[in-house]
Design a protein around this ligand. Structure first.
Ligand SMILES: *[C@@H]1O[C@H](CO)[C@@H](O)[C@H](O)[C@H]1NC(C)=O
Ligand SMILES: *[C@@H]1O[C@H](CO)[C@@H](O)[C@H](O)[C@H]1NC(C)=O
Length: 286
């Protein structure tokens, strides 16, 4: 006979082992300036408190708390994650309305310590690392334009870069099925197809002294490779890194406030290995 205590123990053990434990082999070689790794032992409500969340518990979200917004899918580790860190999925639904931005459906992560004014992420040379993976249960609707990761200037008037998916409004040449990296002028500098199953790893180096932007990319556990040169880009204006989902509406010229969003949406973007490193003297983790 299996005692109930044993049975409970078996259930606990099997749920603990549900998360594949293979870790990425990426090594972090440079000092971490902002740490967005998600400790594997956090519980959802830990994301509602400054004391326990790696992210700002109050931004960017609507009325739902991060314990309701975030999912923790049982996926393999991304390249820079390991046994003690895990992936996190940002989701949006009909209630994902930030402040009075009724045109958008939006939720996102801001790494604690990334202040809007004179933040540590906007001096010297910085590389933002993030890996993305798609959730087959919560696919994006690529008829819409999405901002997934970007750096927004302190006065909110511009983004130094955008990492986007879907249909870019007003740019008929862009392929909706690609991830696209745009510079401050909203000119696409690189793109790659969204992979339905692989981890896709990105690193974006912003040189705040020379005003350049450079993109690195790889899939799964492959080392990152430069896919652009260091391109001239206006990195001035301070601000913060935004990591999540901002879904624009269709059929409007006033995307912040109006336009069409269907009801019943349930979409997500899985992230792993989020960190900002100091790329002084050309240091970069590949
Ligand atoms: C896992 O990665 C985190 C973030 O880089 C690091 O702080 C930690 O030491 C690593 N743990 C192990 C067991 O490698
Ligand atoms: C995608 O979005 C468009 C525009 O909002 C909508 O008409 C369409 O039904 C959506 N498609 C799916 C599969 O949800």
């Amino acid at each position: 006979m299996i005692s109930s205590a044993l049975f409970t123990g078996f259930l606990l053990a099997s749920s603990a082992s549900a998360r594949p434990t293979k870790r990425g082999t990426g090594e972090i070689k440079c000092p971490i300036i902002l740490n967005g790794f998600v400790p594997a032992d956090l519980t959802p409500t830990d994301f509602d408190s400054y004391a326990t969340s790696p992210f700002n518990p109050d931004y960017i979200r609507g009325s739902e708390k991060f314990s309701e917004i975030l999912q923790f899918p049982e996926v393999e580790s991304s390249r820079f994650d390991n046994e003690s860190t895990r992936a996190v999925e940002v989701t949006i639904n009909d209630k994902s309305i930030f402040q009075k931005q009724n045109g958008f459906r939006r939720a996102g992560l801001q790494i604690q310590g990334d202040t809007n004014e004179n933040g540590p992420g906007t001096t010297g040379v910085r590389t933002l690392h993030f890996s993305v993976k798609q959730d087959p249960e919560r696919t994006l609707n690529l008829t819409h334009e999405y901002l997934n990761v970007w750096h927004e200037s302190a006065d909110y008037s511009a983004n130094q870069f955008n990492f986007q998916s879907g249909t870019i409004i007003g740019k008929s040449g862009s392929d909706k099925n690609n991830f696209k990296i745009l510079n401050r002028q909203n000119t696409q500098v690189w793109s790659t197809p969204i992979d339905a199953t692989a981890w896709q790893n990105f690193a974006i180096t912003l040189d705040f002294v020379k005003n350049t932007l450079q993109v690195y990319y790889s899939k799964n556990d492959e080392p990152l490779k430069a896919v652009t040169e260091a391109l001239q880009n206006d990195n001035s204006g301070g601000g913060q890194y935004q990591i999540g989902i901002l879904k624009k509406p269709t059929g409007t010229s006033d995307v912040v406030n109006s336009g069409y969003q269907e009801t019943g949406i349930n979409e997500g973007q899985i992230y792993g290995g989020i960190f900002l490193e100091d790329s002084a003297d050309g240091c970069i983790s590949l």
